[in-house]
Structure formats: structure tokens, C-alpha cells
Write a protein that binds this ligand. Sequence first.
Ligand SMILES: [Zn+2]
Length: 374
Amino acid sequence: MQIRSYKYRLRPSRAQVALLDAMLRDFGGLYNAGLQQRIEAYRRRKLSLRYGHQAGELKACRAVDPDGLGRWSFSALQQVLRRLDQTYTAFFKRRRGFPRFRASARFHSATFRVGDGLTIRKDRRLGIVGVPGGVKVVWHRDLPQDAKLGTAILTRQQGKWYVVLSVEAAFAETCGTGTVGIDLGLNSLIATSDGETVAMPRFARRAQKAQRRRQRALARCQRGSKRRLKAKACLAAGSARIARQRRDHLHKLSRSLVSRYRGIAFEDLNMAGLTKGMLARSVHDAAWSLLVQLVQFKAESAGADVVMVDPRGTSQTCPTCGTIKAKTLAERRHRCECGTDLDRDVAAARIVHQRAFGSGRDIGLRRSSQRIAA
Ligand SMILES: [Zn+2]
């Protein structure tokens, strides 16, 4: 059995949003009150309060505040105090700073146990204690058949609501057969040794253009003005959208690679720094490292292998005869005297493949260091 997170977008009604906001505000208030109590208990009586002490008082707190704390799930309130307790423990283990008071507007999530304070109703809506009517969920993918649900985290991100369900199930993914080498393309997002190239999705380029426009709009606004705040929020929402879309696209790409291959080789770009000497690589790089991460994760549960190879010279070597042939960045094809004529990124991907899995033809490059990803 394995535990994984499934995240779904929620579509609460306007009235429900008001209640959810109020809930997080109350939870934030409880967190702060709990922190205050701990600090004062220590200052006045040298007492270190524990979770048990504080949770013991919850019942009374709810009873005197039926329109506030009394509205919400008891176990979710316990979770707030538990969270405070964890921050304390982390502080005393010197892993974190002393817990801070949190502005309630910055308290963005609440933890529930599924079936206790938060349920998935027969009509597939979320039932949340204190929020009448059931909250609509966008079930963009199904939960696994035999899923056992653990916790549910309700979060607010840039004004949007999500639920993250932790799911325990026997995930039975399988991988494909065969092996592939993958090159971080100059012209495309990736190229594979099988000759496939995957372009940077069009929406990403369009979104980037829009983002630059928003940046300029922000720059024109006067410091401290309302307009500037608005422009800033707009910019932040834009970057969040781009990150979401990129993640989604890379999830699908990595899934498709793992389901087709058993051995997948990448260039280890951490090993030799920037090898291809391009300036506008930051966007590409971010996508690349996320892709490698996702493939590694999916490969692990599907029983596929990921191999990282030395990236030096991949774009300069002929995959057929092994001749080193320097290319300028402008040259988009690999043409060699031996008759090989390939897309330059596909040629590089073949070298990556050979370094990882060999090719029967030893061309002296496999000496270069190689490591198997954990
Ligand atoms: Zn050649």
C-alpha cells in the first residue's frame, strides 16, 4: 500500500466562500490564542503547555462561542492545536524558528480527517461541518477503486479553493518496454532518441507574452496606489496559472514516457553546469528539472529505471560514427560525413541513450562518468 495526494479544485458558492473564509479566520484566531496561552503560561508560571492541555479546553471554548468556534468541526479545531504543537516541537528540536502569530488573512489551510468534519457525500459534493449545502468538487480524475481516505486538507490559494486528499491504495502502474534517451532541446522542450520532439506548448508562450504585458502595466503604476496593488495581484495570478499549466503538461509527458519505456536516460545538468551556453534558459531549466523529478517519481512506482548521464559533448558528437563535430547554436541539423542527417536535438538524445544503455558500438564516450539515479 502506498499513500499519495489527490488535489481537486472546489467550486463553492458565494455564500459558502464567505463561510469558508470565516472558518479559516476562526482557525487562525484559535492558533494565535493557543500561542498566546503557551507564551503566558510559560512567562507567569514557568509552565510548558502541551497539546493535551489545550485540547482539553476546546469544549468549553466552543460552548461560550456558538457563533464562532462552535460552528466548526471539533476534530478540525483539534488539528489546529496539533499544528501549533508541531511548530513548537520543531522549534525545540531547533529545526525552525519560534512560532509566530499569524495574521488570520494568512491562515490558508485547514486539516480534516475524512469522515469526521468533512465527508464526500453521495452526490459527490464535499460535506463540511458548518458549511451548508455541500461544496461542488471538480473531479478531474477518479480516485483509485480501493482507495482508503486519510486526511483532507482544505486550502485557499490566490482566492481559489482546493481539497487535497491523502489516499492509501495499491497503485498498480506499469512501465513500458525498451529504452530511450532524452535531450533537453534547444528548439523543442525535449527530443527523444526515437526521433520524437515535444514542443514547448503554445499556451506557455502565449501566457508568457501576457505576463510580460502585465509586468509593464505594473511598472507604470504609482507606488502605493490601489491600481498598483491590483496590477500586482493580476501578475501573481498569471504566474500561478503558468505554473499550474506547466505542471499539468509535464505530468502528462512524464506519464507517457514511463508508460512507454522501462529505461529512461537524461542528461544530468547539475553535473556540468550549463553546457549549451544559452542565456534564455531559465524557463526551460525550470521545466526540465520538474520533468526529471516527475519521471523519477513515476518510474519508481512503476518499476522503471532512470539513468543520469554526463551531458558533456552530447550535442557535438555523431551518434552513428562517433566523430566530434562542433556545431553553432544556429545549426538545427546534425549532418555528418558518414551520411547521418538528423535533427540536432534527436542526435544529442541518441548520444544520451548510448551513454546510458550502450549501443553495441563502442564509441569511446561511455567511459565518461555515469550514475544511476536513486
Ligand atoms: Zn557520423
